[in-house]
Design a protein around this ligand. Structure first.
Ligand code: PEP
Length: 255
């Protein structure tokens, strides 16, 4: 059975003192919720802090993006090896906030998936449609195109080393989460597409939903059979709210 995974995407937020309060609060707050996995993706300068506070705990941490290259003249970029050196388990790739600014093409994200795995990281690969694409009813076309770009790069078996996240762009940071039924339909569709290529990978790969997950909608979203957890932006800035989302993930197995 796939365990639920809840990942905080803290984006470009935080400071040494507010991170400390959040990470320590999370350690304490999730102690009673052992039935799911939790991770926090921090801005790169704070990875050392996440490692110092979370090391030897069940909570893992990760980066929010990385270069495709190991080293070289890429001013301002951070390599997969550097992220790994700070003990990271995960790295987010393909987030819409980077796709939209033109930093990431489908092909470049496919390359990143492979490079992350080679560096010993688990990529959290984000895909999702814009509002216009949603209204045009082409969510399936868009997400399959994005997913296939990764599969072309690493083969379907390569997916096993990472996590997928369906994040409709219109739901990110807007307070308008996809309905649990819509998210379930798309995740089931994506899993079905993978199943045609490899049934084992489809059965075992975790697919998260992201986009305005909050304490008050998490339980319903996580109760859907194909939603294996959440990628949480805004609500991860409030420790109590994020802990409540973790609780919802852990409690799915008790209900
Ligand atoms: C995200 O940016 O990955 C995200 C899901 O943000 P939010 O939860 O704020 O919609």
């Amino acid at each position: 059975m796939r365990r639920k995974l809840v990942v905080a995407n803290r984006k470009m937020n935080g400071s040494l003192s507010s991170n400390k309060a959040f990470l320590e609060g999370l350690l304490i707050g999730t102690q009673d919720f052992p039935n799911a996995d939790y991770s926090v993706c921090m801005p790169h300068p704070y990875l050392f802090q996440a490692e110092a506070i979370l090391k030897n705990s069940p909570i893992t941490w990760g980066g929010q993006n990385m270069s495709r290259y190991e080293s070289g003249a890429y001013t301002g970029s951070v390599s997969p090896g550097m992220i790994k050196e700070f003990g990271c388990e995960y790295v987010i790739i393909g987030h819409s906030e980077r796709r939209q600014r033109g930093h990431d093409t489908d092909h470049a994200i496919g390359e990143r998936f492979e490079v992350a795995i080679k560096a010993g990281l688990k990529p959290i690969f984000c895909m999702g449609e814009t509002l216009e694409e949603y209204e045009d009813g082409i969510t399936d076309v868009v997400t399959i195109r994005q997913l296939n770009a990764v599969i072309e790069e690493i083969g379907v078996k390569g997916l096993a080393g990472g996590v997928l996240a369906y994040e409709p762009v219109w739901a990110i940071g807007t307070g308008k989460a996809a309905s649990p039924e819509h998210a379930q339909n798309i995740l089931s569709f994506l899993r079905g597409h993978i199943e045609l290529l490899d049934a084992d990978i489809a059965e075992n790969i975790r697919i998260l939903y992201g986009g305005s997950v909050k304490a008050d909608n998490a339980a319903k979203l996580f109760s859907m059979p194909d939603i294996d957890g959440g990628l949480v932006g805004g609500a991860s800035l409030n420790t109590d709210e994020f802990v409540a989302i973790c609780q919802a993930a852990s409690n799915v197995y008790e209900s």
